[in-house]
Design a protein around this ligand. Structure first.
Ligand code: CMP
Length: 143
């Protein structure tokens, strides 16, 4: 069982395809609450910092380029067992390997333009949510 928050980014290609609304609807239909959300364009230093854990990987440069190529929608999500449930909803990193009906399978085109990001651990979810949203911009599920 993981904690109850995760961070997602709807990546530039999915934003350009006007899929943000459909993706957010999948997310809320799956029981996630949107604690915070905004549309923005990452700067190169922001993308480099966000993906710093991958800085020695061969795909790092292209990843930073594609993530800064246009606007994204970034959202903090809340649900019991958020990390695991969100990773199930989005599917495997490579859309070609993601299960049918998952967000990456339906909206992604390749491993880089894989439609959405999702946090991979509770620790990273906290770091990633702090990266984008001060506490004053978070509105948790009522009740
Ligand atoms: P994301 O969930 O945003 O986290 C890191 C990203 O790096 C990942 O989605 C992919 O878009 C990208 N990525 C991971 N592995 C590879 C790979 N082998 N080749 C290219 N891009 C990758």
């Amino acid at each position: 069982m993981t904690g109850n928050i995760t961070l997602t980014m709807i990546k530039p290609l999915a934003f350009r395809n006007n899929s943000s609304g459909n993706i957010l609807s999948r997310i809320t239909n799956a029981g996630f609450w949107i604690v915070a959300a905004k549309t923005m364009q990452l700067s190169i230093p922001q993308a480099q910092k966000f993906y710093e854990v991958h800085k020695d990987r061969p795909f790092y440069k292209n990843l930073v380029e594609s993530m800064t190529s246009g606007p994204i929608v970034v959202a903090m999500l809340e649900k019991e067992n958020a990390i695991e449930d969100y990773r199930t909803l989005i599917g495997k990193t490579n859309p070609a390997e993601a299960a049918e009906g998952t967000i990456r399978r339906d909206f992604g085109t390749d491993i880089e333009a894989n439609a959405v990001h999702g946090s991979d651990s509770d620790e990273n979810a906290n770091i990633e949510c702090d990266f984008f949203f001060p506490k004053s911009e978070r509105f948790h599920r009522p009740g």
